[in-house]
Design a protein around this ligand. Structure first.
Ligand code: ADP
Length: 497
């Protein structure tokens, strides 16, 4: 447009009419063409804007009418730019917020994972430390008996390494045997019982190490129960070889000491008898009383030494068990005759009831006699004068049950679990009956168990088996013997009498 105006002025200065007219027309045409072009075609500058460059200025021309749209355009661009940036700012701020939140979430998740990982590691370390530090062997199996965990002590005790045994069957990997050297079947293994019954099992066993050496162990097998379902078991086993050896030595010592004591005690007995018989001259009443006291005390000592000797013989397994077909009724009558000497002085009544057709039973009469003597002596000793003692022998299923009851002092409830322990004497009777050593029931239990039976006590009040002795109302002791009889055992010694 500027060029057109210049050309008009140029031609005006040349004063030629024709040229003036033609120049005027050309100038007009040029003006029209250029104006139309500038209005209809978007200026090139807007392309920059459409491509996103909102800072681009089209240019504002205020002197001519054609420059006006460019000014509007720039204004609109400014507005567009403002709104665009506003929108962008909003979007950026929202995105930043969302990103910050996500980063925080990720951080916290990461923290949590880290904590959980650390916790798991600590737990694992604790478990490992506990298992490694434990002196007892620990083996964990699944329901089939496949080894899952095998600790360091278990490795040492069996000579197997964890890497060798994990995944193998426990029963086959570490076989067990009884005292006679017979292999124990899988169904009789403690772990198997825990897995099948869901109950804790305590036992002693002999395990065969890798290399076939033997090790004596005390075992506790506990089932692992999850939501009422057995999913495996854990067995803790301890080498008790040393304890057993110490026990054996103690028993041997007691046996030896008791044996050695018997000779001097027998000598005291003879000399007391000679004195009391007047072999060394007639004693005056006071001397007689003293000699009698010496003799009584000596008798108590002999009884104690005999009990200790018998216990050591049974415990050491040296006792001979020599079963013979025995008429239990006859055996009982002989014992009662002996007991009557004491019970009559206390004016106690003895009632006996024996199953009518009791067969002869293959038992060691000398041993079982000792059990009857002990239970009947106790019944008389721990029942006040004028009391009642009853003996019942019955046949139940494949067992013979003997029951000795009294209506005496009874056993205090707090002492129930001590009754069969060595040297136990009830507080309620110590002041009433001073004589006793607390070894009779222990010996009776040892004899009954080595004869294949069981012994227990209950209320004289007459409740079922497994009831209780009621203090001041009396006691009932029971023992069972298998009708099939007792197994013979070769030993070295018999009970001393
Ligand atoms: P001892 O009779 O020599 O004390 P035992 O081993 O035979 O030893 O008995 C242990 C204890 O059991 C007795 O001291 C007594 O406290 C209690 N006891 C045994 N039998 C009876 C009984 N029939 N009635 C009450 N207590 C008894």
């Amino acid at each position: 447009m500027t060029i057109a105006l210049l050309s008009i002025l140029l031609y005006l200065t040349q004063k030629t009419e024709v040229y003036l007219l033609v120049g005027l027309i050309v100038a007009l045409v040029l003006i029209v063409v250029v104006s139309i072009e500038s209005i209809t075609r978007p200026p090139k500058k807007t392309e920059a804007i459409t491509q996103g460059n909102l800072d681009y200025k089209v240019g504002v021309q205020t002197r001519d009418g054609i420059g006006q749209p460019s000014g509007y355009f720039d204004e609109a661009t400014e507005k567009l730019k403002a709104s665009y940036f506003e929108d962008l700012e909003k979007k950026v701020s929202e995105k930043t917020k969302a990103l910050t939140q996500r980063i925080e979430e990720l951080d916290s998740e990461q923290q949590k994972n880290k904590e959980a990982e650390e916790k798991a590691l600590i737990e694992e370390a604790k478990e490992k430390a506990t298992l490694t530090g434990i002196g007892e062997g620990v083996v964990v199996t699944d329901l089939q008996g496949k080894i899952l965990v095998f600790n360091h002590a278990a490795e040492q005790m069996t000579n197997w390494t964890a890497s060798e045994v994990v995944g193998r069957f426990w029963f086959e990997t570490v076989p067990a045997m009884d005292e006679k050297g017979h292999l124990i079947l899988r169904i009789d293994r403690d772990m198997y019982k825990a897995l099948t019954t869901g109950k804790k099992v305590f036992a002693e066993s002999i395990y065969l190490q890798k290399g076939s050496k033997k090790i004596t162990v005390a075992v506790t097998a506990t089932p692992i129960i999850l939501k009422d379902r057995i999913i495996g078991a854990v067995e803790v086993f301890r080498d008790i070889g040393h304890e057993k050896e110490v026990d054996r030595m103690k028993t041997e010592f007691i046996s030896l000491a008791s044996h050695q004591l018997r000779t001097p005690l027998s000598a005291v007995k003879w000399f007391c008898e000679m004195l009391l018989n007047g072999d060394a001259g007639e004693l005056n009443p006071e001397q007689k009383e003293y000699a009698k006291n010496v003799s009584d005390s000596n008798e108590r000592m002999i009884s104690l030494v005999n009990s200790l000797l018998n216990i050591s013989r049974i415990e050491s397994g040296r006792i001979i068990i020599d079963p013979k077909p025995t008429n239990i009724n006859k055996l009982l009558s002989e014992v009662i005759t002996e007991i009557k000497v004491k019970s009559d002085t206390k004016k106690q009544q003895i009632i006996v009831s024996v199953h009518s057709d009791l067969p002869l039973v293959n038992i060691d009469p000398q041993l079982i006699r000792e059990v009857y003597i002990n239970l009947l002596t106790n019944a008389s000793k721990y029942t006040p004068p004028g009391g009642e003692i009853s003996v019942f022998i019955s046949k139940k299923d494949d067992e013979i049950i003997s029951q000795v009851s009294d209506n005496g002092y009874g056993i205090p409830k707090k002492d129930y679990d001590k009754i069969f322990q060595k040297f136990y004497r009830g507080e309620n009777i110590i002041k009433i009956e001073t004589e006793g050593n607390g070894l009779g029931l222990y010996l009776a239990k040892a004899i009954v168990e080595s004869s294949g039976g069981k012994i227990w006590f209950s209320s004289s009040g007459g409740s079922a088996l497994g009831g209780e002795s009621i203090e001041k109302k009396g006691t009932s002791f029971y023992f069972s013997l298998p009708l099939s009889g007792t197994q013979a055992k070769k030993g070295e010694v018999t009970l001393s009498s």
